[in-house]
Design a protein around this ligand. Structure first.
Ligand SMILES: C[S@@+](CC[C@H](N)C(=O)[O-])C[C@H]1O[C@@H](n2cnc3c(N)ncnc32)[C@H](O)[C@@H]1O
Length: 241
């Protein structure tokens, strides 16, 4: 029997932003897998609640660590590689039995998603299908009422994990920007935006489209860190057209 590995994008948090295709596939998947921080319910799993096949078997993959280890530490990559190898083996065991597996993904699966690491390991060996989702950043700029890119604006997307100098160098050539993975990097992001004169345009969105959503001008926030599900937006359209 040929089983399929599905990567299901679930959007940024509001369950009404789940696509019809995602809903249909989740409703019939015999196995549902998801990544989560230890001790937490898992963002994708929470969004999917209410859409799952009641008889589905759930596979939970707890990250060995999340924000507590620096991505520049070589142990981070070694341990994450071993972790994704184990996840891929568990998924392969289900696929080998002929069971389709739906991997739940917050936002879009191919945009900074963990799913990509198991997809890379399995998609040559098994049939696979990816269902795109509304990204976290589109949920955030929509809720902030901030059109992000116009005309010939260049939109830059940066992970908050970059060093400040790298952020500054890239921001100098961008008209609009989005910082992902803000969390404990908020202070570095604020300093990079201050150095490039962009701080007054920046908006912090915590939990965009989620129940605890908060939208504020970044200049009004003085914390060095915020919730992991936070994005900083720098809208474009500064030139007269
Ligand atoms: C591992 S990435 C996953 C991105 C996701 N695949 C997407 O399409 O947006 C996690 C980061 O996405 C951002 N993010 C995703 N959804 C968000 C939301 N609803 N509100 C704020 N930030 C969000 C945060 O910066 C978070 O640290």
């Amino acid at each position: 029997m040929v089983a399929t590995l599905y990567g299901i994008g679930l959007g940024p948090g509001d369950p009404e932003l789940v696509t019809l295709k995602a809903k249909r596939l989740l409703g019939s998947a015999p196995v549902t897998a998801f990544f989560a921080k230890r001790g937490r319910p898992g963002q994708a799993r929470m969004i999917a609640e209410g859409h799952l096949n009641p008889a589905t078997r759930e596979l939970r993959f707890d990250y060995p660590f999340t924000a507590d280890m620096d991505v520049r530490d070589p142990r981070y990559h070694e341990e994450m590689e071993a972790f994704y190898d184990r996840c891929a083996m568990e998924l392969a065991a289900c696929l080998d039995q002929g069971w389709d597996v739906a991997v739940l993904c917050e936002g879009d699966p191919f945009f900074y998603g963990s799913f990509m690491y198991v997809f890379d390991r399995l998609h040559g060996r098994y049939a696979s299908e990816v269902v795109p989702g509304v990204t976290g950043m589109s949920g955030c700029w929509t809720r902030a009422g901030a059109p992000i890119a116009h005309g010939d604006d260049v939109l830059l997307v940066l992970p908050g994990t970059l060093p400040q100098e790298a952020m500054v160098a890239r921001l100098r050539n961008a008209d609009a920007a989005v910082f992902m993975k803000v969390g404990r990097h908020l202070g570095t992001i604020r300093r990079a935006l201050a150095e490039t004169g962009l701080i007054d345009r920046a908006i912090l969105v915590e939990g965009g489209t989620m129940a605890h959503e908060r939208v504020q001008p970044l200049a009004a926030v003085h914390d060095e860190s915020v919730d992991y599900f936070s994005i900083v937006l720098v809208p474009g359209r500064q030139r007269v057209r």
